[in-house]
Design a protein around this ligand. Structure first.
Ligand code: AMP
Length: 396
């Protein structure tokens, strides 16, 4: 696996695909700089070698049309401030404007190109557009994990024009290693904690990880499809009746593969989907009509904690309760605390995919786990066992 460390960029132009799809407020101020921070080490490495960096990214969903509200010019000052170099801006990512700006770029300088998605050719993976982009650099660096699951022009197709001169940036390399550590080289026992709302959105992940893990903790809204499928009463809890057979099949497969499945035994149920609803702890199998399970109960939290503390490798995807409401966040916090403790005891813990990162950030677990993935969709697809096109394009 070639990374940016395998190259010396002296007098070279690095064409770097970054993920600067950052949130902006009404005055176009960047409200969360994490993605810029995450790309900074790769940019600095190129500059320190004595090279120059041409940065390309998308911002928002302009759907192939120029939209001034989604111009990357809004973030140019913030990027300059973070990397400590005044960043130049090209008001187009291809054509004369871009070509001239690139040709005038000197070693030690950074150029940010305008939003790639102002062209529909970006998302369609157009060859000619990718070729035009490829003219902007001597070496292609992909450092955008958040879009690595897309076969777009700048993330995948462009790499075809850099045979032998393409590599992963630091961020993307870190993401790949973190996934490998769980899915391929993880120290046993390996535990996956899957929560979130629905079985249907996690099914491919579950099927893929049954071959890799020793323990599967199932929590959150998914619980009730499993419970009802086994004959329990789930009341008004979220439940996918059409997935009950699938749930039974997963349990059968798990038992055949020697994977221990841990489901909640008790829950905090409420008489409405509301933070101020009346609540009661209940047996997970005996939730009456008019009540719904919205968080893990105390015995469940204790059971999950023991499994997590006994693990050497931990993957966490999805909250185990409706964490957005304070009264139903305790289960998710308990899982986070247990992962924190296991990590302190030497386990490797990876959090990522979909909404998990929001929960982790909200409760301050970001610093306590080994790795928090920056790519929601890309991480989900990796956990499903798919090869991401952006990664394959560098390896190929
Ligand atoms: P996902 O994006 O699939 O990881 O789902 C995350 C969502 O699942 C969060 O918004 C949670 O509020 C929701 N969730 C977790 N537990 C439950 C539950 N018991 N009932 C309904 N929704 C839940």
């Amino acid at each position: 696996m070639k990374t940016i460390d395998d190259y010396n960029f002296e007098d070279k132009k690095a064409l770097i695909r970054v993920d600067f799809n950052v949130p902006l407020d009404g005055d176009f101020n960047v409200t969360d700089t994490s993605r810029i921070d995450a790309a900074t080490p790769s940019i600095l490495k190129v500059l320190e070698d004595g090279g120059s960096a041409v940065l390309m990214s998308h911002l928002g969903r302009p759907k192939g049309k120029v939209n001034p509200d989604m111009s990357l010019s809004h973030i140019c000052e913030k990027v300059s401030e973070i990397i400590g170099v005044q960043v130049k801006f090209a008001s187009d990512c291809v054509g004369d404007v871009a070509d001239t700006a690139v040709s005038e770029l000197q070693s030690g300088e950074v150029l940010l190109l305008e939003n790639l998605r102002f062209y529909s050719e970006e998302e369609s993976g157009d060859e000619a557009f990718a070729e035009a982009l490829s003219k902007h650099g001597d070496i292609y660096v992909n450092d955008a994990f958040g879009t690595a699951h897309r076969a777009h022009a700048s993330t995948t197709i462009v790499a075809n024009y850099f045979s032998g001169n393409k590599c992963f940036g630091y961020l993307l390399a870190k993401e790949i290693k973190a996934i490998e550590k769980v899915m391929q080289t993880g120290e046993k026992p390996i535990t996956a904690i899957l929560g979130g709302a629905k079985v249907s959105s996690k099914i491919t992940i579950i099927e893929n990880i049954l071959d890799k893990v020793d323990n599967l903790i199932i929590g959150g809204g998914m619980t009730y499809t499993f419970v009802k499928a086994q004959g329990g009463k789930v009341g008004d809890s979220i439940c996918e009746d059409d997935k009950m057979e699938l749930a039974l099949d997963i349990l059968k497969q798990a038992s055949e593969k020697g994977v221990k499945v841990h489901l909640p035994v008790d829950v905090l149920a409420a008489d409405a989907f509301d933070n101020s609803a009346n609540t009661q702890f209940m047996d997970v199998n005996e939730i009456p009509d008019g009540w719904q399970g919205l968080d893990a109960g105390p015995q469940t939290m204790e059971n999950f904690k023991q499994v997590i503390l006994d693990s050497k490798t931990i993957l966490w995807n999805g909250p185990v309760g409706v964490f957005e409401m304070e009264n139903f966040a305790k289960g998710t916090i308990a899982v986070g605390n247990a992962i924190d403790e296991a990590t302190q005891n030497g386990a490797f813990s990876l959090v990522g995919g979909g909404d998990s990162v929001a929960a982790v950030k909200q409760f301050g677990f970001e610093e306590k786990v080994s790795y928090v993935s920056t790519g929601g969709g890309a991480m989900l697809e990796s956990l499903e066992g798919r090869t991401l096109p952006g990664i394959a394009a560098i390896l190929g």
